[in-house]
Design a protein around this ligand. Sequence first.
Ligand code: SF4
Length: 487
Amino acid sequence: MSRDKPKESCGIFGIYGPGEDIANLTYFGILALQHRGQESAGIATSDGQRIKLEKLTGRVDRFTEAQIRRLSGGESHPAIIGSGHVRYSNTGSNICENYQPFLFQSRFGRFALSHNGNLLEPEVLQRRLIDNKLVPEGTSDSELIALLIVDKSYEALTFEEAIRLALKEIVGAYSLVIMTTRKLIGIRDPWGIRPLSLGKINSDHFLLSSETCAFEPFGGEHLSDLGPGEMIVIEDGKYCSSQLLPQVCKNLCIFEFIYFASPGSILYDRLLQTARRHMGERLFEEHPVKIDNPNEWVVGGVPNTGTPGAKGYAEASGLEIRELLLKNGYIGRTFIQPSQRLRSVGVRSKLQVLPREVRGKKVVLVEDSIVRGTTTGQIVNLLFKAGAQEVHMRITSPPYKYRCLMGIDTQYPEELIAATKSVDEIRQEIGATSLGYLSLEGVIQSINHEKSLSPIPSDHFCSACFNGQYPFKIPEAQNRFVLEQTV
Ligand code: SF4
């Protein structure tokens, strides 16, 4: 299936809990973050003296019982800390050298590092490390962070100081979970772009996760979201917060609210499912359809991420909501298909239209975003073929016009349909009867809909893919394979 959506970044997770079944719990933690990346998965555990690591290609459920048993350490050396990663590659290919967590030896001992985000100009850092005889095995920017920490450990008095010295030299988006044999450490970059939350299982067992949905399986309590530049160190049953680097701004990725994060997660105190429903309500206010006879109409969402928006649109319009498309949840990754025929088969194998719900109807179809437009066009076409009279596309975000170099794989401007086409030209290209995008103001007002919570100012979000206002200067030439071009 050709890429028509921004791809998730990565998911990172950590657990500190002597006496818990750490290996299995880490497995469940990254399983809850599976939507953030399905290319590879990794788990590291420590029994207090040694770190063990297992990584694999594909989804979390490919871990074998034998691997989990090895990570658990058995009765003689039970694991007390665990960390894990699920990956969608933003820098570097999907090769095993790039899978995370990365395990390295610093002057202060071994550590495992998991990263969510993207560094700017990683090739400059790569060259510097190679000059210092620290040669990365792979082509991922995340490995460079680990190597830089190793390098800085020779100038630092503590491991945390080595981390600070390393991160001081880095510009970009990074949330990190770093595990030593005795400590679990969480860090967010000074711009606050990718999320990271702290949770607890009980008074001395703690969790770190890209999203709060990973606390749920443990009955864990969400304690806080790390602030920009904040570091949490968990050790000896206690956690300690400090400002590792000064905060530059608060620029949490607004796409986490629209699409990336699980609807069951909480960001800025908002449940995302509710925020997305309000986006659908607001979308009706901004882009209503002309309803003469409600019986002629039906509203549906592109599963699964368009569904909450469709509910909101249906509630606000008074139109009936139906499941118009079924998603095959068993399909993982498909590959770039060279012909129109194969692309159409690819879409149909993922999404099945229910003709009885569609035939003779005027359809409002709600989707969270359009990146390239190819898949959206195929879905519109399938709906018409199934007998829809009209297909009105409604999108719960503004046109995606600018590339993202902060952890999302939309690094080529030529792939973005809205970068060069007007809304009406996009409508023509996807073949829809009408097309309406939610405004950026509408997205932020929907997030701020709950009156009991103080509103989040618009400058507390990164929305650069909609308005081109990046939190830092973006290099012209950077793309996901930049480190492969320089080695
Ligand atoms: S550019 Fe868009 S996708 Fe990238 S971090 Fe900013 S809001 Fe998120």
